[in-house]
Design a protein around this ligand. Sequence first.
Ligand SMILES: Cc1cc2nc3c(=O)[nH]c(=O)nc-3n(C[C@H](O)[C@H](O)[C@H](O)COP(=O)(O)O)c2cc1C
Length: 437
Amino acid sequence: MPFGFPFHNAQELYDSLEGPYALPPQGDVAVLARPVQGKSFTLKNAMAVQPMEGCDGTTSGAPTDWTVRRYRRFAAGGAGLLWMEAVSVEPDARANPNQLMITEDNAEAFRSLLAEARRAADEAGLSRPKIIAQLTHSGRWSRPYNEKRPIRTWKSAVLDAHQGLPEDYPIITDEELEALPEKFGRATKLCMQAGFDGVDVKACHLYLMSELLGGFDRPGPYGGSYENRVKIYLDCVDAARAEIGGGILAARINLYDGAAGPWGVGENLGLALDEPLRLVRDLAAHGIELFNITMGTPYYNPHVNRPYARGGYEQPENPVDGVARLLYGCAQAQKTVPDAVCVATGFSYLRQYGPAIAAGLIAAGGAKCAGWGRGSFAYPDFARDIIEKGAMAPDKCCLGCGVCTRIMRQPTGRPGCPVRDNAWYGPEYHRVLGGKE
Ligand SMILES: Cc1cc2nc3c(=O)[nH]c(=O)nc-3n(C[C@H](O)[C@H](O)[C@H](O)COP(=O)(O)O)c2cc1C
C-alpha cells in the first residue's frame, strides 16, 4: 500500500494496536450528521475541519484569494464547525511571514473571507457552519520575518538543544507575559467585529501558552506551581471572554506534550492527566464551552501530534496507537466537562474507517464532535459524503503522505493537498518532493 496503510478493513486497525490505549468501538455514522448542542451554540452536525495553516496570508496578515478558496471549499464541504487556522495576535508572534494575523487595518479582509465562506455554504444549498478563529502566539516557534526568532518561556533542555539555542538565550520576561492578555483581548474584539462565530485561545503544540503550562522550571510568578503556570493563559482567556459578546469561547489545548515537554507526561512517557484535566475544569469555569483536544508538537514529536507524520521522520510507534492516545485523551476531557463540547483529533490516518470510529467515540461519550485536519485538505467535502452517502470514498481520503507538512517547511510554501487537489500546486508539488514521489 502506498504510504504505509496496510489495512484492508477496520478490524485490522484494531488488531494492530500495541500500546496501552484502545480505540473506541465502531458506531453508526448517523450520529455524525446530528446537530450538536453547546451551552450557547448549536453546530449543525458533529464534524469539524481542524485548524490547518495555509501560510498564504499577505505579509501584513490578511487572507489572500488562496485563503478564501480554502475556506469556501471547507464551507461547501458540509462540516458543522470550521476551526480556522492559527491567527497571530501580533507580528513577532507569527510562525511564518505569511501567517494570518488580525489587525485594525485588515479586519475587513477577514470579514470578506467569512462572507465568502458563508456564501459558498449557501450556494451549496447547505446551512452555514460555525467559524471560529484560532488566536495564537507562536512562542519558541516564531519565524515572523523568514528567520527564526524563538521566544521561549523557560529553559527546556530538550527543545533548546533541538533548536540550537545557547544557554544565555533570553527568556520572555514577566512583563512581556503580562502584556499578552490585552493582545488576546484586542484580537478577540477584532475577530468578533469581523464576524467570526467565536475564538479559540490556543494553548497547544508547545507554542507559547502551551509551553508555559509545562514551565515547572521557569523562575518567578509564572513558573513552578500549577497556579503559576496557568495564570497568564487564564488571564488571556478572561481577556478574550470580556470581548466575546455572544460568541463561542473555545480552547485548543495540549493534554500531553510527550517527549517535547513535561505537561501531562508521566513515567515512561505515559499520560499523566491530573493537571491537564484540572485545567480543562478551570477553563470551563472561565467560560470555555468548546474544547479541541490535541497533543505533542509538530516540530519535535510529530507522530504524537498527527499520527503517521512523514517527511524524513522514522515512525516510533504504530500510527493507530497514536490515534488511540489522542482519542483516549479527548474522552477523558469530555468526561471531565460533560456540558462542554469536545472536538476529537486524529481521524485522518484512519482514512475511510475514520467515520465509524468517530461515531463510536461520540456514542460512548468520548467527544461530541470529530475533526479532520490533513483529511480536510485532501477531502474538503468529507462531511457531505458522510451525511449523504454514509461513508467516505477511499479514493478521496488523505494518504498521510506528509506533503502538506513538507510544503509548509519550505520558506514560501503554501500547504494544501497536491495529491487530491490538482489546482493547488501543480509542478511545484514535484519541486517540493524533490521529484521523488
Ligand atoms: C499543514 C498543517 C498545518 C497545521 N496548522 C495548524 C494550526 O494552524 N493550528 C493547529 O492547532 N493545528 C494545526 N495543525 C494540526 C492539525 O490541526 C491536526 O491536529 C493534525 O494534523 C492531526 O489531525 P489529522 O490527523 O486529522 O491531520 C496543522 C497540521 C498540518 C499538517
